[in-house]
Design a protein around this ligand. Structure first.
Ligand code: GLV
Ligand code: MG
Length: 312
């Protein structure tokens, strides 16, 4: 199944506290591309062990449609990681497709999870390699190591930025994660966004931006999403259903962009195959092989988002 999920859209990745039966029951009704049931920071330490069974029951008993289904386990520097994997992956069955590993600091942490998953899959009747890994970069050390982390395991499907923990790790003087800091002349995360994006793309991963904590500020959210969307990220976290709606719209190409990309591909194909030319005019622009690659990305993303060409 991790083959199924590798290319599925992750425009909106909804966080659901694993200790809340109410939120676990509501999650399948929200049209997020990916849902992650959280055993980490959205679960109080005293609730973490009890939450494992709630998460397993929710995975087995609710209808999750075709969205990507993920569980966020606790980081390796806690006492819960191996228990989360054994108890949740070992009992959830094959509908669980991804495990999210937070606060990843080194490639070795991903390798350790990969090895543990291999044994749990063997013992629970899951196909080898069934579970994909989603790794969060949210510390200074993790960012320094991001290139080796992204290359650490064939199970990796996404790399995710965690702005709240990252701000804490860097000792930034802020109290809200993932929002704009008006006093800073520019984008304080510009370097971080690009560094993670490059490492992810160099290893064929989807690249996801983390939470925006001001959940009632829809306009601020919409505005902030433009940063990573414009750089080329695949999606972003949602902490509320309203954020899901905004993300599904913003991280999809518009119908107009999708149609234009198809027209460009058609024009380029005619030019290269029929006329044997490498560069031709398309409207008032010159297009060539690089334009084909850009258009191809729009078409792939549009198809992932369920668009079809207006002409067809
Ligand atoms: C997400 O986990 C974050 O820390 O921003
Ligand atoms: Mg975090």
């Amino acid at each position: 199944m991790s083959e199924r999920t590798r290319d599925l859209p992750r425009r909106s990745c909804l966080s659901v506290p694993g200790s809340s039966e109410r939120f676990l029951a509501k999650a399948p009704t929200i049209p997020a591309d990916l849902v992650f049931l959280d055993l980490e920071d959205a679960c109080a330490p005293l609730e973490k062990e009890a939450a494992r069974s709630k998460v397993v029951d929710a995975i087995k008993n609710h209808d999750w449609g075709d969205r990507v289904l993920c569980v966020r386990i606790n980081a390796w520097d806690t006492k819960w990681t191996y228990g989360d994997v054994i108890e949740v992956v070992g009992r959830a069955g094959e509908r669980l497709e991804e495990v999210m590993l937070p606060k990843v600091q080194s490639a070795a942490e991903v390798v350790a999870l990969d090895l543990l998953l291999t044994q749990v899959e063997l013992n629970s009747g899951l196909a080898p390699g069934h579970i994909g890994i989603e790794a969060q970069i949210e510390t200074a050390r993790g960012l320094i190591e991001v290139e080796s982390i992204c290359a650490a395991s064939p199970r990796l499907e996404t790399i995710i930025f965690g702005p709240a923990d990252f701000a804490a790790s860097m000792e930034m003087p802020v109290l809200t994660g993932g929002v704009q800091i008006p006093e800073y002349p520019g984008d304080h995360f510009h370097y971080v966004f690009n560094k993670i994006l490059m490492a992810g793309r160099a290893n064929g991963l989807q690249v996801i931006d983390g939470p925006f904590l001001k959940v009632r500020d829809s306009e601020g959210f919409r505005d902030y999403c433009q940063r990573t969307r414009t750089l080329g990220y695949d999606g972003k976290w949602a902490l509320h259903p309203d954020q899901v709606t905004i993300l599904n719209e913003l991280f999809s190409p518009t119908q107009e962009q999708f149609d234009l990309a198809h027209d460009l591909l058609e024009a380029y194909r005619n030019a290269t195959e029929d006329e044997r030319k490498g560069a031709v005019m398309f409207g008032d622009e010159m297009i060539d092989e690089a334009s084909r690659k850009m258009a191809h990305k729009f078409v792939t993303r549009g198809k992932r988002a369920g668009l079809s060409r207006s002409k067809d």
